[in-house]
Design a protein around this ligand. Structure first.
Ligand SMILES: Nc1ncnc2c1ncn2[C@@H]1O[C@H](COP(=O)(O)OP(=O)(O)OP(=O)(O)O)[C@@H](O)[C@H]1O
Ligand SMILES: [Mg+2]
Length: 482
């Protein structure tokens, strides 16, 4: 047969088939057609060894976006970017580019040595509706294909794994927020502090210990549930101003991917308001109360009460706290209110919460406030030592070692300078700032500090001497009078 004839033949065959199909559709009763489709699918089912699950984007009345669908989308995004040939790009949360596979793409995945395939697709519904706003009538879905021998593994553990991982990815990618309370309401801004534990200047072992503690906490949901405790942990950060307390809180939030709630106690009217604010905090958050010693003179309040109620010391401490609460003015947050919330309130709330207190004067704080169980971990941030200096030099000057380091080490041991001050001197003063100049600046400043320290000590010594002399003279005079 010549090619032209062949095409003519093929054309007429196709035409014939289409004609038969049209007749079939039009004249075969619906019932018969349905039966034929049903049995042909069953027949395919006997020979075709794969199982298919469909996850639609919208479930129910198309109002709710399926949680499973978005979890799968997140889960597949990393696989799509390496496997799929056609990708869709989108910027989510104003943050990073998120890639997902385009319609009718397929990617494979492996779970415990079993291979599965994911395909994306869409149905376009032909329904005609009239509306002022255009309705997107595309219904997207993901289809999961796997061998029927693996049914149990895939439907059980694998799908659980996909959904859990997908949700975790969403949490990691979400945009985090910094909340501050404006009276009794939280308002928020996007949290984008760049601090990390890597750039935080402190002794490496101490730093690692804190990181381990945080990571263990964030993974300990089951443990906390099993011992019957609320999933929370309290940190107390203390040290002089400029030693990195606020910086460390930002680093914690960045490490764990938590939101930050900066609670300004002085702006809270009373305990009811405090309770409302705390209940409104979401899970995966760090609640920060800065300068706890300055907030509302909490310690003073308690001490005064203590003196008053000294006589009924043997009574139940809970009663004492309640009494104290009654006695204080209604327009104030009390220490007992705060303690109660830290202790008990969150048992009723799901999800993990860190609560961080900072102070410059740990010795001023009431022992009840910082006992273990309330503040589980006490972290001291202190003056800059050589280990911390090395971190700063690495951050600011990209220096690992330098011939001036030993000298700086010696000077740091003789004086107290905060990391904030050291960092200030390592800041290049001009764009062309040379590392060596910065180090010289620092050395100068340190020597100046040491000099100042000596002068101060001398003066204090003199004052002491003269005071002692005066005292001597006074006592001599009084003994003379006698
Ligand atoms: N340990 C540190 N590591 C890195 N940078 C630090 C450190 N300590 C201080 N800094 C720098 O100094 C600045 C001030 O530090 P920060 O605000 O964290 O101090 P603070 O301890 O919270 O002080 P305050 O008690 O006054 O609130 C920060 O911007 C940071 O750049
Ligand atoms: Mg601070």
């Amino acid at each position: 047969m010549v090619p032209a004839d062949m095409f003519a033949h093929l054309g007429s065959t196709i035409g014939g088939l289409m004609f038969v199909w049209a007749i079939f559709q039009q004249y075969f009763p619906y019932e018969v057609r349905r039966h034929i489709e049903k049995y042909s699918q069953r027949l395919v089912g006997y020979v075709y060894p794969y199982i298919q699950i469909t996850f639609n984007e919208f479930t129910g009345e198309r109002l709710m976006r399926s949680e499973a669908y978005s979890a799968i989308e997140n889960y597949l995004s990393s696989k799509s970017s390496t496997q799929a040939k056609r990708l869709k790009a989108d910027i989510k949360n104003n943050q990073s580019l998120v890639l997902s596979m385009d319609d009718h793409e397929e990617v494979s995945d492996e779970f415990k040595g079993v291979k599965v395939w994911w395909a994306s697709g869409k149905n376009i519904s032909k329904q005609q509706t009239f509306s002022y706003t255009p309705i997107n009538d595309e219904k997207r879905y993901y289809k999961l294909n796997f061998h029927k021998g693996q049914r149990e593994l895939i439907i059980g553990p694998y799908l659980t794994h996909v959904l859990k991982e997908g949700k975790a990815i969403r949490v990691r990618n979400r945009q985090r927020k910094l909340y501050t309370n404006n009276g009794s309401h939280w308002s928020h801004v996007v949290f984008e502090h760049p601090a990390t534990f890597k750039t935080l200047a402190m002794e490496p072992e101490k730093k690692q210990d804190i990181i381990d503690d945080l990571m263990a906490f964030s993974k300990a949901e089951e443990f906390y549930a099993s011992i019957g405790r609320a999933w929370k942990r309290g940190y107390l950060l203390y040290g002089p101003p400029g030693t990195g307390k606020s910086t460390m809180i930002a680093a914690m939030a960045n490490l764990l991917g938590y939101d930050l709630y900066d609670l300004e106690l002085t702006a809270v009217k009373d305990n009811t308001e405090l309770r409302r604010l705390l209940i409104e905090t979401s899970s995966k958050s760090i609640i920060v109360i800065e300068d706890i010693d300055c907030s509302l003179d909490l310690t003073g309040q308690r001490r005064k009460r203590k003196e008053k109620v000294e006589e009924d010391e043997e009574k139940d401490p809970r009663e004492k706290l309640a009494k104290e609460e009654r006695e204080t003015k209604p327009s104030q947050v009390t220490l007992s209110g705060l303690l109660n919330f830290i202790d008990g309130l969150w048992s009723a709330c799901r999800g993990e919460r860190l609560i961080v207190f900072t102070t410059n004067y740990v010795e001023k704080l009431d022992a009840a406030l910082i006992r273990k169980g309330r503040m589980d971990k006490h972290i001291e941030l202190s003056y800059c030592n050589f280990e911390s200096f090395k971190v700063l030099a690495r951050n600011y000057l990209k220096l690992e070692a330098h011939h001036l380091f030993p000298k700086i080490r010696g000077l740091l041991e003789q004086t107290n300078m905060t990391p904030a001050d050291v960092a200030e001197h390592l800041m290049p003063k001009s764009l062309a700032g040379v590392a060596e100049n910065c180090l010289h600046n620092l050395i100068q400043a340190l020597e100046q500090e040491i000099e100042n320290g000596k002068l101060k000590a001398e003066e204090e010594g003199k004052e002491k001497n003269s005071a002692a002399e005066e005292k001597d003279q006074d006592s001599e005079a009084s003994s003379d009078r006698k």
